[in-house]
Design a binder for this molecule. Structure first.
Ligand code: ZN
Length: 322
């Protein structure tokens, strides 16, 4: 380790053997040299990954299968089996570097009870810190009441769910002729922010008030609009009754990471809107630069107390790390 500030990173990806079958939907958009480099970095749990963590002062990386993982699997039984295989594979990698690596489970959200069972197995038997799910499953969103059984188990296990971007299904006509807007540039953030708001306005956080949902990419833009959610929901409530104002679920139930948004101004906005205890450092390895992310958080114009919370203190508390 260098003398840099201790960091824990939460949106750090790998791939298990065979899971390229899902991620090729977006890797095929890259040139072959980039694809090869990405594949090597996703499959590595040793020299490449640990050296990059060392250079950036990242003490612990919480690893997750790169998207869309089993969320793109059409067959429910296969999804259940592949999620288990993925989680067992990840557990074996973590065992080789238990001080440096931790895990978020892949879950077969096709079947809420099977997903809850796999989460429980991953947390209790494999020592995972929660789960990362890549958005909807075949167009189903998790505010559906069928998922209350899943949320109930997640709350009881007291672990967070990282809601990671995916493509909307189907792709909205607003993106027609603009493939650059449909993915990481814009569309993934809109899709993921919308899914989080479905959970909020669907009352999931009222039914399960201790749930923690993690959003990446500086909260997928939501912190900036928090005031407007209250203002306009007061006028256009459509008969929906929530126990709190929409803004109050931010920080309380929705927490965020800095993955892929290395902007000091955006960081300050997120901290001002949500509180310093709701914002956590992350990189989005290997899609983003670890060095840029680490330099950004070390140089951001925040107090040292806040920097320590964002770099590691909040993650330690949320994930019950040392
Ligand atoms: Zn990511």
């Amino acid at each position: 380790m260098t003398s840099r500030i201790r960091k824990i990173a939460l949106e750090e990806h790998f791939t298990a053997p065979g899971f390229e079958r899902y991620s090729k939907v977006f890797t095929k958009l890259m040139d072959s040299a980039s694809q090869a480099q990405l594949a090597a970095r996703l499959a590595d749990f040793d020299e490449l990954r640990l050296a990059e963590m060392d250079r950036a002062g990242i003490d612990i990386s919480v690893l997750s299968q790169t998207g869309p993982s089993v969320q793109a699997e059409p067959d429910q039984a296969q999804a259940i089996r592949y999620a288990q295989e993925n989680n067992d594979f990840l557990a074996r990698q973590i065992q080789r570097h238990p001080d440096r690596l931790a895990g978020f489970a892949s879950l077969p959200m096709h079947a809420p009870r099977a997903a809850a069972d796999e989460l429980e197995r991953a947390v209790n038997d494999l020592g995972f810190k929660g789960a990362l799910v890549n958005g909807h499953t075949n167009g189903v969103y998790y505010d559906d009441p069928a998922y209350d059984a899943f949320w109930d188990r997640m709350q009881a296990l007291d672990v967070p769910l990282y809601l990671h971007p995916t493509d909307p299904s189907p792709i909205p006509s607003a993106y027609a002729g603009h493939p650059e807007l449909a993915g990481a540039v814009w569309g993934w953030g809109v899709e993921t922010g919308t899914h989080a708001l479905r959970l909020l306005f669907g009352g999931v956080f009222d039914r399960f008030p201790r749930l923690k949902l993690i959003l990446g990419h500086m909260g997928e833009g939501l912190p900036m609009l928090r005031w407007r959610f209250d203002s306009r929901f007061a006028v256009y409530s459509h008969g929906i009754r929530l126990e709190r104002r929409p803004s109050e679920y931010f920080g309380r139930n929705i927490v965020i990471t800095t993955s892929g948004v290395c902007s000091p101004a955006a960081l300050q906005c997120a901290i001002d809107e949500m509180g310093a205890e709701a914002v956590m450092f992350s990189v989005d390895y290997p899609y983003e630069s670890t060095a840029i992310a680490a330099d950004f958080i070390e140089q951001a114009p925040v107090s040292e107390d806040v920097r320590q919370l964002v770099c590691h203190g909040n993650a330690e508390r949320l994930l019950k790390l040392r």
